[in-house]
Design a protein around this ligand. Structure first.
Ligand code: NAI
Ligand code: 15L
Length: 271
């Protein structure tokens, strides 16, 4: 059965990247399932709501992240650079920063992390293919590579230290699907919440990888290997299909942006 918020309580949850697009969506929703929500970002976080702790800091600051994890039961780790940039920009935030989160969890005894990975770990699979979370990574960017590293880090910290992770290869999570690619990659905010709650509360996850996608009609991702999470998406990109197809009536099937699942990411850079 899909988890519900009723009766779920964590003493203290940590949400990184809380000032970002998805962080702002999840912040009030996660507060509903914990006693204290510690929210963190390098950017301005606004005022603390009741039951919130605000920590403004850079994930590249090791001592700061180790302190950030103290007293935390579980983490939703969204913080980092969220699109393609120069490797030198991605390295401290996504690679070093995610290492700091895992090392902080190990030292603090935190047992579970929900890691915001990305579909760009497998962006060089074709849109004509259906893949599962078990395929070999084919990153489309330095950004996708950094998320592949995060997934490997998660596997290592589970095998070595027993810290459980659900790596969410999020598709495209915005208020509405963007472009024709979004008809396949769209994840609604309500389905994102369902996915994060399932990832936090499934009894045993080890290191599970799952695509974050709604129940769209045209899908590239088959999540059956992660069915033990009990995530059942309820929304779909279908209500936007007519509008998006009218806005982009022709698809150039020789354009890499239309050939590969990563879409525009496969031609971004170098920076
Ligand atoms: P976003 O860019 O709006 O939010 C990321 C947040 O991380 C920002 O508030 C930013 O200030 C913070 N951040 C960046 N560098 C930092 C650092 N060095 N230290 C501390 N905080 C730092 O991105 P969004 O859309 O909210 O995505 C959240 C997470 O989900 C990201 O990790 C992203 O890669 C991932 N994701 C999002 C998708 C989407 O469709 N929105 C799709 C796939 C993955
Ligand atoms: C991502 O990983 C990005 O964080 C997000 O901004 C979108 O570009 C998304 O992928 C996507 O593939 O649409």
């Amino acid at each position: 059965m899909e988890p519900t918020l009723t009766g779920l309580r964590f003493a203290r949850l940590l949400l990184t990247g809380a000032a970002g697009g998805l962080g702002r969506v999840l912040r009030p929703r996660l507060k509903a399932i914990c006693g204290t929500l510690r929210v963190s970002d390098i950017a301005e976080l606004g005022a603390a709501a009741a039951g919130e702790e605000l920590v403004r800091m850079d994930l590249a600051d090791k001592a700061g992240v180790l302190a950030l994890l103290q007293g935390v039961d579980a983490v939703v780790h969204l913080g980092g650079v969220s699109t393609e940039h120069a490797f030198e920009t991605i390295l401290p935030a996504n690679i070093v920063g995610t290492y700091h989160v895992y090392e902080g969890a190990r030292q603090a005894g935190t047992r579970r992390i929900v890691f915001a990975s990305s579909n760009h770990v497998t962006g060089f699979y074709r849109q004509s293919e259906t893949i599962t979370p078990q395929v070999l990574p084919r990153p489309d960017t330095y950004y996708g590579l950094s998320k592949a590293f995060g997934e490997n880090l998660a596997q290592f910290y589970f095998d070595r230290h027993g810290i459980e992770t659900v790596s969410l290869r999020i598709g495209s999570s915005f208020p509405a699907p963007r472009g024709r690619r979004g008809l396949s990659s769209y994840l609604s905010y309500d389905d994102l919440e369902r996915l994060v709650v399932a990832a936090l509360t499934a009894p045993v996850v080890g290191h599970t990888v799952i695509y974050g996608v709604s129940a769209n009609r045209s899908l590239w991702w088959d999540n059956r290997p992660a069915s033990h999470l009990g995530f059942t998406p309820r929304d779909s990109s279908e209500p936007w299909r007519a509008e998006l197809e009218a806005a982009q009536p022709h698809i150039d099937h020789t354009d890499p942006v239309s050939i590969y699942q990563g879409g525009p990411f496969v031609t971004m850079g170098p920076f």
